[in-house]
Design a protein around this ligand. Structure first.
Ligand SMILES: *Cc1c(COP(=O)(O)O)cnc(C)c1O
Length: 469
Protein backbone atom coordinates (compact mmCIF):
# COMPACT_ATOMS: atom_id res chain seq x y z
CA UNK A 1 0.00 0.00 0.00
CA UNK A 2 1.18 3.51 -0.76
CA UNK A 3 2.18 5.63 2.19
CA UNK A 4 0.12 8.77 2.66
CA UNK A 5 1.57 12.12 3.64
CA UNK A 6 0.14 11.59 7.10
CA UNK A 7 1.92 8.25 7.42
CA UNK A 8 5.17 10.01 6.54
CA UNK A 9 4.63 12.65 9.16
CA UNK A 10 4.03 10.12 11.90
CA UNK A 11 7.16 8.41 10.67
CA UNK A 12 9.17 11.65 11.14
CA UNK A 13 7.95 11.87 14.72
CA UNK A 14 8.78 8.23 15.42
CA UNK A 15 12.26 8.06 14.00
CA UNK A 16 13.23 11.63 15.04
CA UNK A 17 15.80 11.86 12.24
CA UNK A 18 14.91 15.38 11.10
CA UNK A 19 14.90 16.64 14.67
CA UNK A 20 18.34 15.18 15.29
CA UNK A 21 19.55 16.58 11.98
CA UNK A 22 18.28 20.08 12.84
CA UNK A 23 19.78 19.79 16.31
CA UNK A 24 23.17 18.86 14.93
CA UNK A 25 23.13 21.79 12.52
CA UNK A 26 22.17 24.13 15.39
CA UNK A 27 25.03 22.91 17.55
CA UNK A 28 27.52 23.41 14.71
CA UNK A 29 26.09 26.87 14.12
CA UNK A 30 26.49 27.84 17.78
CA UNK A 31 30.02 26.49 17.93
CA UNK A 32 31.18 28.70 15.08
CA UNK A 33 29.10 31.82 15.53
CA UNK A 34 31.50 33.59 17.89
CA UNK A 35 34.43 33.39 15.45
CA UNK A 36 32.59 33.60 12.15
CA UNK A 37 32.43 36.61 9.79
CA UNK A 38 29.84 38.84 11.43
CA UNK A 39 28.07 39.72 8.17
CA UNK A 40 27.42 37.09 5.48
CA UNK A 41 29.88 36.95 2.57
CA UNK A 42 28.91 38.21 -0.88
CA UNK A 43 28.98 34.63 -2.07
CA UNK A 44 26.54 33.32 0.53
CA UNK A 45 24.13 36.15 -0.22
CA UNK A 46 24.42 35.40 -3.91
CA UNK A 47 23.68 31.71 -3.24
CA UNK A 48 20.31 32.60 -1.72
CA UNK A 49 19.07 32.53 -5.31
CA UNK A 50 18.53 28.81 -4.70
CA UNK A 51 15.33 29.78 -2.86
CA UNK A 52 13.86 31.51 -5.93
CA UNK A 53 11.65 28.69 -7.14
CA UNK A 54 7.98 28.02 -7.74
CA UNK A 55 6.03 26.36 -4.97
CA UNK A 56 6.86 22.66 -5.49
CA UNK A 57 3.95 20.60 -6.76
CA UNK A 58 4.90 17.52 -4.79
CA UNK A 59 6.04 17.03 -1.25
CA UNK A 60 9.77 17.45 -0.65
CA UNK A 61 11.64 15.03 1.61
CA UNK A 62 11.81 16.56 5.10
CA UNK A 63 15.50 15.75 5.34
CA UNK A 64 16.17 17.75 2.18
CA UNK A 65 14.16 20.74 3.39
CA UNK A 66 16.23 20.97 6.56
CA UNK A 67 19.40 20.38 4.60
CA UNK A 68 18.71 23.24 2.18
CA UNK A 69 17.87 25.54 5.05
CA UNK A 70 21.14 24.74 6.75
CA UNK A 71 23.39 24.72 3.71
CA UNK A 72 22.18 28.02 2.25
CA UNK A 73 20.40 29.65 5.16
CA UNK A 74 22.98 29.43 7.94
CA UNK A 75 25.79 31.22 6.06
CA UNK A 76 23.37 34.02 5.08
CA UNK A 77 22.52 34.87 8.69
CA UNK A 78 24.03 37.86 10.46
CA UNK A 79 25.98 36.78 13.55
CA UNK A 80 23.79 38.71 15.99
CA UNK A 81 24.30 35.97 18.57
CA UNK A 82 28.03 36.67 18.67
CA UNK A 83 30.00 39.37 20.45
CA UNK A 84 30.80 41.75 17.61
CA UNK A 85 27.43 42.64 16.17
CA UNK A 86 26.81 46.26 17.16
CA UNK A 87 24.05 47.10 14.68
CA UNK A 88 20.73 48.72 15.63
CA UNK A 89 20.18 47.73 19.28
CA UNK A 90 20.31 44.01 18.78
CA UNK A 91 20.64 41.70 21.73
CA UNK A 92 22.22 38.27 21.56
CA UNK A 93 20.44 35.32 23.18
CA UNK A 94 21.56 33.54 26.33
CA UNK A 95 22.15 29.79 25.96
CA UNK A 96 19.37 29.14 28.49
CA UNK A 97 16.92 31.13 26.35
CA UNK A 98 17.79 29.15 23.23
CA UNK A 99 17.48 25.83 25.05
CA UNK A 100 14.15 26.78 26.65
CA UNK A 101 12.84 28.09 23.33
CA UNK A 102 13.80 24.79 21.79
CA UNK A 103 11.76 22.84 24.36
CA UNK A 104 8.92 25.35 24.06
CA UNK A 105 8.94 24.88 20.29
CA UNK A 106 7.81 21.30 20.73
CA UNK A 107 5.11 22.35 23.21
CA UNK A 108 3.80 24.85 20.63
CA UNK A 109 1.65 26.67 23.16
CA UNK A 110 -0.56 29.74 22.62
CA UNK A 111 -1.16 31.46 25.97
CA UNK A 112 -4.30 33.31 24.86
CA UNK A 113 -6.41 31.70 27.54
CA UNK A 114 -5.61 29.80 30.67
CA UNK A 115 -7.42 26.72 29.35
CA UNK A 116 -5.34 26.85 26.20
CA UNK A 117 -2.04 26.81 28.08
CA UNK A 118 -1.93 26.54 31.87
CA UNK A 119 1.89 26.63 31.84
CA UNK A 120 1.90 29.73 29.60
CA UNK A 121 -0.53 31.53 31.90
CA UNK A 122 1.37 30.53 35.02
CA UNK A 123 4.70 31.78 33.69
CA UNK A 124 3.12 35.06 32.51
CA UNK A 125 1.69 35.70 35.99
CA UNK A 126 4.99 34.92 37.66
CA UNK A 127 7.10 37.09 35.34
CA UNK A 128 4.60 39.95 35.69
CA UNK A 129 5.28 39.92 39.43
CA UNK A 130 9.04 39.64 38.95
CA UNK A 131 9.09 42.64 36.60
CA UNK A 132 7.02 44.80 38.94
CA UNK A 133 9.41 44.01 41.76
CA UNK A 134 12.55 44.41 39.69
CA UNK A 135 11.53 47.83 38.37
CA UNK A 136 9.82 48.88 41.60
CA UNK A 137 6.56 49.63 39.76
CA UNK A 138 3.12 50.04 41.41
CA UNK A 139 1.91 46.65 42.70
CA UNK A 140 -1.25 46.61 40.55
CA UNK A 141 0.75 47.03 37.31
CA UNK A 142 -0.16 44.53 34.60
CA UNK A 143 2.06 43.08 31.88
CA UNK A 144 1.33 41.96 28.34
CA UNK A 145 3.82 39.83 26.42
CA UNK A 146 4.07 40.99 22.83
CA UNK A 147 6.45 40.75 19.89
CA UNK A 148 8.50 43.84 20.70
CA UNK A 149 8.49 47.45 21.79
CA UNK A 150 6.73 48.53 18.58
CA UNK A 151 3.65 46.63 19.72
CA UNK A 152 4.23 47.49 23.38
CA UNK A 153 4.22 51.21 22.51
CA UNK A 154 0.99 50.68 20.59
CA UNK A 155 -0.62 48.96 23.60
CA UNK A 156 0.51 51.60 26.09
CA UNK A 157 -0.82 54.41 23.92
CA UNK A 158 -4.06 52.49 23.30
CA UNK A 159 -4.55 52.25 27.07
CA UNK A 160 -3.85 55.98 27.40
CA UNK A 161 -6.31 56.80 24.63
CA UNK A 162 -8.98 54.62 26.25
CA UNK A 163 -8.55 56.15 29.71
CA UNK A 164 -8.40 59.80 28.66
CA UNK A 165 -11.53 59.50 26.52
CA UNK A 166 -13.33 57.43 29.15
CA UNK A 167 -12.72 60.23 31.67
CA UNK A 168 -14.44 62.50 29.14
CA UNK A 169 -17.43 60.10 29.11
CA UNK A 170 -16.40 58.81 25.72
CA UNK A 171 -16.04 55.07 25.11
CA UNK A 172 -13.58 54.92 22.23
CA UNK A 173 -14.26 51.22 21.61
CA UNK A 174 -17.91 52.02 20.91
CA UNK A 175 -17.83 55.52 19.49
CA UNK A 176 -14.48 55.60 17.71
CA UNK A 177 -12.65 58.86 17.19
CA UNK A 178 -15.15 60.82 15.10
CA UNK A 179 -16.21 63.87 17.15
CA UNK A 180 -14.23 62.53 20.12
CA UNK A 181 -12.79 64.91 22.71
CA UNK A 182 -9.28 66.03 21.80
CA UNK A 183 -6.24 64.16 23.07
CA UNK A 184 -2.97 66.06 23.20
CA UNK A 185 0.28 64.26 22.39
CA UNK A 186 3.56 65.66 23.63
CA UNK A 187 6.89 64.05 22.85
CA UNK A 188 10.50 64.80 22.07
CA UNK A 189 11.91 65.56 18.64
CA UNK A 190 13.94 62.37 18.98
CA UNK A 191 11.07 60.04 19.84
CA UNK A 192 11.55 56.63 18.27
CA UNK A 193 9.83 56.14 14.93
CA UNK A 194 7.75 53.25 16.36
CA UNK A 195 6.16 55.74 18.77
CA UNK A 196 5.25 57.99 15.86
CA UNK A 197 3.92 54.99 13.99
CA UNK A 198 1.71 53.96 16.94
CA UNK A 199 0.28 57.49 17.11
CA UNK A 200 -0.66 57.13 13.46
CA UNK A 201 -2.20 53.68 13.82
CA UNK A 202 -4.28 54.82 16.80
CA UNK A 203 -5.76 57.68 14.81
CA UNK A 204 -4.30 60.30 17.14
CA UNK A 205 -2.72 62.09 14.19
CA UNK A 206 1.01 62.64 13.78
CA UNK A 207 0.30 66.26 12.80
CA UNK A 208 -1.14 66.84 16.26
CA UNK A 209 2.12 66.02 18.04
CA UNK A 210 3.50 68.86 20.15
CA UNK A 211 7.24 68.42 19.62
CA UNK A 212 9.67 69.27 22.38
CA UNK A 213 13.34 70.17 21.81
CA UNK A 214 16.19 68.04 23.10
CA UNK A 215 19.60 68.83 24.59
CA UNK A 216 22.94 67.78 23.08
CA UNK A 217 22.53 64.21 24.37
CA UNK A 218 19.05 63.84 22.88
CA UNK A 219 17.20 64.25 26.20
CA UNK A 220 13.91 66.10 26.24
CA UNK A 221 14.36 69.58 27.81
CA UNK A 222 12.02 69.60 30.83
CA UNK A 223 11.55 73.40 30.75
CA UNK A 224 10.43 73.21 27.13
CA UNK A 225 7.56 70.80 27.81
CA UNK A 226 4.30 72.73 27.35
CA UNK A 227 1.69 72.97 30.11
CA UNK A 228 0.13 69.54 30.50
CA UNK A 229 -3.37 68.53 31.54
CA UNK A 230 -5.47 65.39 32.08
CA UNK A 231 -6.11 65.10 28.33
CA UNK A 232 -2.42 64.89 27.53
CA UNK A 233 -0.25 61.90 26.74
CA UNK A 234 3.43 62.63 27.33
CA UNK A 235 5.85 60.14 25.79
CA UNK A 236 9.35 59.94 27.23
CA UNK A 237 12.41 57.85 26.50
CA UNK A 238 14.53 55.53 28.63
CA UNK A 239 17.44 55.12 26.23
CA UNK A 240 17.79 57.37 23.19
CA UNK A 241 18.24 55.10 20.21
CA UNK A 242 21.47 56.83 19.19
CA UNK A 243 23.06 58.11 22.39
CA UNK A 244 21.42 55.85 24.98
CA UNK A 245 20.52 58.99 27.02
CA UNK A 246 17.64 59.02 29.50
CA UNK A 247 15.02 61.73 29.93
CA UNK A 248 14.79 63.31 33.37
CA UNK A 249 11.93 61.23 34.76
CA UNK A 250 12.32 62.46 38.30
CA UNK A 251 11.39 66.04 37.48
CA UNK A 252 9.03 65.37 34.59
CA UNK A 253 6.96 62.48 36.00
CA UNK A 254 6.49 64.34 39.26
CA UNK A 255 5.13 67.31 37.35
CA UNK A 256 2.92 65.13 35.16
CA UNK A 257 1.43 63.42 38.18
CA UNK A 258 0.18 66.75 39.47
CA UNK A 259 -1.71 67.43 36.25
CA UNK A 260 -2.98 63.83 35.88
CA UNK A 261 -1.11 63.49 32.62
CA UNK A 262 -0.59 60.01 31.19
CA UNK A 263 3.15 59.40 30.81
CA UNK A 264 4.23 56.57 28.53
CA UNK A 265 7.85 55.47 28.61
CA UNK A 266 9.56 54.01 25.55
CA UNK A 267 12.22 52.00 27.36
CA UNK A 268 12.94 49.38 24.70
CA UNK A 269 16.50 48.74 25.82
CA UNK A 270 17.08 51.39 28.49
CA UNK A 271 14.43 50.51 31.05
CA UNK A 272 16.72 47.67 32.16
CA UNK A 273 19.13 50.25 33.63
CA UNK A 274 16.63 50.34 36.49
CA UNK A 275 17.60 46.75 37.37
CA UNK A 276 21.29 47.58 37.81
CA UNK A 277 22.56 49.03 41.08
CA UNK A 278 25.21 51.21 39.47
CA UNK A 279 22.91 52.46 36.70
CA UNK A 280 19.50 52.82 38.28
CA UNK A 281 20.02 56.53 38.86
CA UNK A 282 19.34 56.79 35.11
CA UNK A 283 15.70 55.71 35.48
CA UNK A 284 15.02 57.46 38.79
CA UNK A 285 11.39 58.52 39.01
CA UNK A 286 10.28 56.34 36.08
CA UNK A 287 7.95 54.37 38.37
CA UNK A 288 5.66 57.42 38.43
CA UNK A 289 4.71 56.94 34.77
CA UNK A 290 1.50 55.19 33.65
CA UNK A 291 2.83 52.76 31.05
CA UNK A 292 6.20 51.38 30.01
CA UNK A 293 7.34 49.52 26.90
CA UNK A 294 10.43 47.34 27.07
CA UNK A 295 12.08 44.53 25.13
CA UNK A 296 13.43 41.23 26.35
CA UNK A 297 15.22 40.66 23.07
CA UNK A 298 17.51 43.66 23.40
CA UNK A 299 19.30 44.29 26.71
CA UNK A 300 18.04 41.17 28.51
CA UNK A 301 19.23 38.97 25.62
CA UNK A 302 16.22 36.69 25.30
CA UNK A 303 15.81 35.19 21.83
CA UNK A 304 13.47 36.95 19.40
CA UNK A 305 10.76 37.98 19.67
CA UNK A 306 10.02 39.31 23.12
CA UNK A 307 8.48 42.65 24.07
CA UNK A 308 6.60 43.67 27.19
CA UNK A 309 3.96 46.31 27.87
CA UNK A 310 3.59 47.25 31.52
CA UNK A 311 0.67 49.41 32.58
CA UNK A 312 -0.17 50.83 36.00
CA UNK A 313 -3.82 51.21 34.93
CA UNK A 314 -4.82 47.59 34.41
CA UNK A 315 -8.43 48.43 33.68
CA UNK A 316 -7.48 50.88 30.91
CA UNK A 317 -5.16 48.35 29.32
CA UNK A 318 -7.53 45.39 29.41
CA UNK A 319 -10.43 47.57 28.26
CA UNK A 320 -8.39 48.87 25.34
CA UNK A 321 -7.35 45.35 24.32
CA UNK A 322 -10.43 43.41 25.34
CA UNK A 323 -12.26 41.00 23.08
CA UNK A 324 -14.91 38.40 23.62
CA UNK A 325 -16.76 35.68 21.79
CA UNK A 326 -19.23 32.94 22.57
CA UNK A 327 -16.47 30.32 22.58
CA UNK A 328 -14.06 32.23 24.84
CA UNK A 329 -13.40 30.55 28.17
CA UNK A 330 -12.51 33.14 30.78
CA UNK A 331 -10.62 31.91 33.76
CA UNK A 332 -10.12 33.24 37.26
CA UNK A 333 -6.43 32.89 36.48
CA UNK A 334 -4.66 34.91 33.81
CA UNK A 335 -5.95 34.92 30.23
CA UNK A 336 -3.07 36.39 28.24
CA UNK A 337 -5.12 37.71 25.33
CA UNK A 338 -6.66 40.50 27.46
CA UNK A 339 -3.23 42.07 27.71
CA UNK A 340 -2.19 41.95 24.06
CA UNK A 341 -3.68 42.89 20.67
CA UNK A 342 -3.47 39.28 19.47
CA UNK A 343 -5.52 36.32 20.44
CA UNK A 344 -3.12 33.61 19.28
CA UNK A 345 0.54 34.26 19.78
CA UNK A 346 3.52 32.13 20.67
CA UNK A 347 4.44 31.52 24.30
CA UNK A 348 7.52 33.75 24.31
CA UNK A 349 7.14 33.83 28.08
CA UNK A 350 8.94 30.48 28.16
CA UNK A 351 12.23 32.10 27.13
CA UNK A 352 11.65 35.21 29.20
CA UNK A 353 10.93 33.23 32.36
CA UNK A 354 13.91 30.92 31.77
CA UNK A 355 16.27 33.82 31.17
CA UNK A 356 15.18 35.66 34.32
CA UNK A 357 15.21 32.50 36.43
CA UNK A 358 18.68 31.61 35.18
CA UNK A 359 20.20 35.07 35.74
CA UNK A 360 18.45 36.11 38.92
CA UNK A 361 18.66 39.71 40.07
CA UNK A 362 22.42 39.57 40.45
CA UNK A 363 22.95 38.02 37.05
CA UNK A 364 20.84 40.68 35.35
CA UNK A 365 22.83 43.32 37.21
CA UNK A 366 26.18 41.79 36.26
CA UNK A 367 25.33 41.20 32.60
CA UNK A 368 24.02 44.70 31.94
CA UNK A 369 26.74 46.46 33.89
CA UNK A 370 29.29 44.53 31.80
CA UNK A 371 27.69 45.87 28.59
CA UNK A 372 28.04 49.37 30.03
CA UNK A 373 31.72 48.74 30.83
CA UNK A 374 32.39 47.37 27.35
CA UNK A 375 30.80 50.49 25.83
CA UNK A 376 33.12 52.65 27.93
CA UNK A 377 36.09 50.50 26.91
CA UNK A 378 35.14 50.91 23.26
CA UNK A 379 34.86 54.69 23.60
CA UNK A 380 38.19 54.85 25.39
CA UNK A 381 40.06 52.74 22.86
CA UNK A 382 38.54 54.40 19.78
CA UNK A 383 39.29 57.90 21.05
CA UNK A 384 43.01 56.96 21.16
CA UNK A 385 42.96 56.73 17.38
CA UNK A 386 43.49 59.99 15.50
CA UNK A 387 40.55 60.69 13.19
CA UNK A 388 37.75 59.22 15.35
CA UNK A 389 35.57 61.29 17.67
CA UNK A 390 33.05 60.22 20.32
CA UNK A 391 29.90 62.32 20.10
CA UNK A 392 27.97 61.31 23.26
CA UNK A 393 28.38 60.70 26.98
CA UNK A 394 28.55 56.94 27.48
CA UNK A 395 25.84 56.51 30.10
CA UNK A 396 24.57 53.10 29.03
CA UNK A 397 25.48 50.94 26.02
CA UNK A 398 25.50 53.29 23.01
CA UNK A 399 28.55 54.94 21.44
CA UNK A 400 28.30 57.49 18.64
CA UNK A 401 31.46 57.82 16.54
CA UNK A 402 32.30 60.16 13.70
CA UNK A 403 35.26 61.02 11.52
CA UNK A 404 36.53 64.34 10.13
CA UNK A 405 33.72 64.74 7.58
CA UNK A 406 30.43 63.13 6.59
CA UNK A 407 32.10 61.73 3.52
CA UNK A 408 34.90 60.07 5.47
CA UNK A 409 32.48 58.73 8.09
CA UNK A 410 30.38 57.14 5.38
CA UNK A 411 33.36 55.58 3.64
CA UNK A 412 34.89 54.28 6.86
CA UNK A 413 31.56 52.73 7.89
CA UNK A 414 31.29 51.06 4.53
CA UNK A 415 34.86 49.71 4.93
CA UNK A 416 34.06 48.35 8.40
CA UNK A 417 31.02 46.58 7.03
CA UNK A 418 33.04 45.18 4.16
CA UNK A 419 35.71 43.82 6.52
CA UNK A 420 33.00 41.82 8.36
CA UNK A 421 35.00 41.61 11.59
CA UNK A 422 32.22 43.47 13.33
CA UNK A 423 29.00 45.08 12.11
CA UNK A 424 27.28 48.35 12.86
CA UNK A 425 25.09 50.84 11.07
CA UNK A 426 25.04 54.56 10.51
CA UNK A 427 22.72 57.29 11.69
CA UNK A 428 22.30 61.06 11.75
CA UNK A 429 23.20 62.92 14.92
CA UNK A 430 22.37 66.63 14.87
CA UNK A 431 22.76 66.82 11.07
CA UNK A 432 26.04 64.89 11.03
CA UNK A 433 26.58 61.40 9.64
CA UNK A 434 27.70 59.10 12.42
CA UNK A 435 28.46 55.47 13.17
CA UNK A 436 26.31 53.95 15.82
CA UNK A 437 27.78 51.30 18.11
CA UNK A 438 25.39 49.41 20.33
CA UNK A 439 26.86 47.02 22.88
CA UNK A 440 23.99 44.76 23.68
CA UNK A 441 25.29 41.19 23.82
CA UNK A 442 26.20 39.03 26.81
CA UNK A 443 28.91 37.53 24.59
CA UNK A 444 30.95 40.69 23.94
CA UNK A 445 34.35 40.23 25.57
CA UNK A 446 37.11 42.77 26.17
CA UNK A 447 38.92 41.11 23.32
CA UNK A 448 35.91 41.56 21.00
CA UNK A 449 36.06 45.28 21.69
CA UNK A 450 39.78 45.50 21.00
CA UNK A 451 39.40 43.44 17.83
CA UNK A 452 36.57 45.70 16.65
CA UNK A 453 38.56 48.84 17.37
CA UNK A 454 41.35 47.33 15.25
CA UNK A 455 38.84 46.93 12.45
CA UNK A 456 37.82 50.60 12.76
CA UNK A 457 41.50 51.51 12.50
CA UNK A 458 41.99 49.34 9.42
CA UNK A 459 38.88 50.86 7.83
CA UNK A 460 40.17 54.38 8.38
CA UNK A 461 43.58 53.49 6.93
CA UNK A 462 41.88 52.00 3.89
CA UNK A 463 39.93 55.21 3.43
CA UNK A 464 43.14 57.26 3.58
CA UNK A 465 44.90 54.99 1.09
CA UNK A 466 42.01 55.15 -1.35
CA UNK A 467 41.61 58.91 -0.93
CA UNK A 468 45.26 59.32 -1.97
CA UNK A 469 45.03 57.36 -5.22
C1 LIG B 1 14.18 49.00 19.22
C2 LIG B 1 13.41 50.14 19.71
C3 LIG B 1 12.03 50.22 19.50
C4 LIG B 1 11.30 49.19 18.68
O1 LIG B 1 11.33 47.95 19.34
P1 LIG B 1 11.09 46.57 18.57
O2 LIG B 1 11.35 45.55 19.63
O3 LIG B 1 12.08 46.52 17.46
O4 LIG B 1 9.71 46.55 18.08
C5 LIG B 1 11.37 51.29 20.05
N1 LIG B 1 12.01 52.23 20.75
C6 LIG B 1 13.34 52.20 20.98
C7 LIG B 1 14.00 53.27 21.78
C8 LIG B 1 14.08 51.13 20.47
O5 LIG B 1 15.41 51.07 20.69
Amino acid sequence: MNKTLQDNMFQEIRNKEIFKQAQEYSFNYLENIFERNVYPTQESIHDLAIFDEELPVNSTKAKNVIEQLNQYGSPATTATLGGRYFGFVTGSALPIGLAAKNLGTYWDQAPAMNVLSPIGSKLESVVEKWLIELFNFPTNTSAGFVSGTSTANLCGLAAARYRILQKNNWDVNQKGLRNAPEIRIVTSRQAHSTVIKAIGILGLGQENIEWVDVDNQGRIIPESIPEMDENTILILQAGNVNSGAFDDFEIICEKAKKTNTWVHIDGAFGLWAGAVNELKHLTKGVENASSWAVDGHKTLNTPYDCGIILCADKEAMTSALHMSGSYIVESSERDGMFYTPEMSRRARIIELWSTMKYLGKNGIDEMILTMNQRAKQFAEEISQIKGFYIENDIVFNQVIVKCNSDKITEQVLSNIQMLRECWLGGSMWFDKKVMRVSICSWATTKNDITKSVESFKKALELEKTNANV
